[in-house]
Design a protein around this ligand. Structure first.
Ligand code: HEM
Ligand SMILES: *[C@@H]1O[C@H](CO)[C@@H](O)[C@H](O)[C@H]1NC(C)=O
Ligand SMILES: *[C@@H]1O[C@H](CO)[C@@H](O)[C@H](O)[C@H]1NC(C)=O
Ligand SMILES: *[C@@H]1O[C@H](CO)[C@@H](O)[C@H](O)[C@H]1NC(C)=O
Length: 330
């Protein structure tokens, strides 16, 4: 009898642990806030539209922030947590302006529907709206909601691809997050907007793989142009448009693929995408397609479902910068 009870209680403890486990994932759906915050989408769009009208840089910043948040530990707004060793502290500090916008939107949401909408969903909706605005209203995708906010944010767990990685190594990282090769090519289309800095491409311009020569994969005319913007001996670290098609450098459209097909990609990974056997046909198709915006939206939705937390593994923060739960690692 005693044995039986302990077996049963072990089983109960085991089941309880399972349900609390890290592997319970949230379920996303359209209209998650239909009843609890019916105007969530209008509230978000109102704030975002106003902010974008005075600062269009918010679009590339937020698209990148969404990618980084989702890629490291799932889309759980862990990137927004302040802390001496939080994700924010790792690598590029893109979160400064992005965080300020999320704070403004979150304040409006708290004012209208207190304690209801997660920061992770706020990022997803704000990003969707900025993609829409930066495409001149042409790109518009519905994005399911229901994400909860993570309680862990550690710079040491940030896991992002680097611009000099091969296509196949980069793909391994996407595959781990249940994203296909086509998804990866579509998502890198995010480089149709925004900038990089000279420091990321000096090797390609002057000393590719220690050859004392530029990267042969880059159009020599582009090398010349970029050398003027990024002089060899200059302390300055100027901004370089990722999409070299001048009229659409700040617009979300398919021109990135045409550019990389003409060897005018800026980061090494961009040019590689157009030449690597694994991806070149996908790039070729996208360069002439007329459905990039729709497919980019679908890939963004897919990225946005990775590693989502639920009510057991996450929480709804009040301030996106700090956890409510005491057991928070940031
Ligand atoms: C797959 C590998 C990727 C690599 C290696 C990569 C690398 C980079 C690098 C090095 C920069 C420039 C940072 C700087 O100079 O400050 C950048 C910028 C950017 N990336 Fe990526 N990225 C990748 C994928 C993505 C994806 C999937 C998205 C979005 C869906 C994205 C969106 C952006 C945007 C919008 C910018 C411009 C940011 C700005 O203007 O401030 N990237 N990326
Ligand atoms: C929320 O509303 C939308 C549109 O009115 C509807 O399509 C969706 O099924 C609703 N979702 C829920 C969870 O009630
Ligand atoms: C971000 O970078 C700028 C310029 O490099 C620096 O002045 C600022 O302190 C950084 N912010 C954070 C939060 O690290
Ligand atoms: C409610 O949302 C609107 C935007 O739709 C915003 O202007 C307003 O400030 C919010 N209300 C409160 C009390 O925060």
């Amino acid at each position: 009898m005693a044995v039986k009870i302990s077996t049963i209680s072990t089983l109960i403890v085991f089941l309880a642990l399972l349900s609390l486990g890290h592997f319970s994932h949230g379920e996303l759906r359209l209209g998650f806030y239909n009843e609890t915050c019916p105007n969530v989408e209008q509230i978000v769009f109102g704030v975002v539209e106003k902010a974008f009208s005075t600062n269009s840089r918010l679009a590339p910043l937020m698209i990148r922030l969404y990618f980084h948040d989702c890629f490291s530990n799932g889309c759980d707004a862990s990137l927004l947590l302040d802390g001496t060793t939080s994700e924010k502290k790792a690598g590029p500090n893109l979160s400064v302006d992005g965080c300020a916008l999320i704070d403004t939107v979150k304040d409006a949401l708290e004012g209208n529907c207190t304690g209801v909408v997660s920061c992770a969903d706020t990022i997803a909706l704000v990003t969707r709206d900025l993609v829409n605005l930066a495409s001149g209203g042409k790109a518009r995708y519905e994005i399911p909601t229901g994400r909860f906010d993570g309680r862990e944010s550690l710079a040491s767990t940030v896991d992002l691809p680097g611009p000099q990685m091969s296509v196949s190594d980069t793909f391994k990282m996407f595959e781990k997050r249940k994203l296909s090769l086509t998804d990866m090519v579509l998502l890198l289309g995010g480089h149709t907007i925004g900038v990089t800095h000279c420091s990321f491409i000096m090797d390609r311009l002057y000393n590719f793989k220690n050859s004392q020569k530029p990267d042969p994969a880059m159009d020599p005319n582009l090398v010349k142009e970029l050398r003027l913007k990024c002089p060899k001996k200059s302390g300055q670290n100027g901004a370089i448009n990722l999409d070299q098609n001048v009229p659409s450098s700040d617009i979300v459209d398919a021109s990135y693929y045409k550019q990389i097909e003409s060897r005018r990609g800026i980061l090494q990974i961009d040019d590689q995408l157009a030449t690597d056997e694994m991806t070149k046909q996908i790039v070729k198709d996208l360069a002439v397609s007329n459905d990039f915006l729709v497919r980019f939206g679908q890939a963004m939705v897919k990225l946005g479902s990775f590693g989502v937390k639920d009510k057991d593994t996450g929480e709804i923060r009040t301030s996106c910068r700090s956890c409510k739960n005491l057991f928070c690692t940031a």
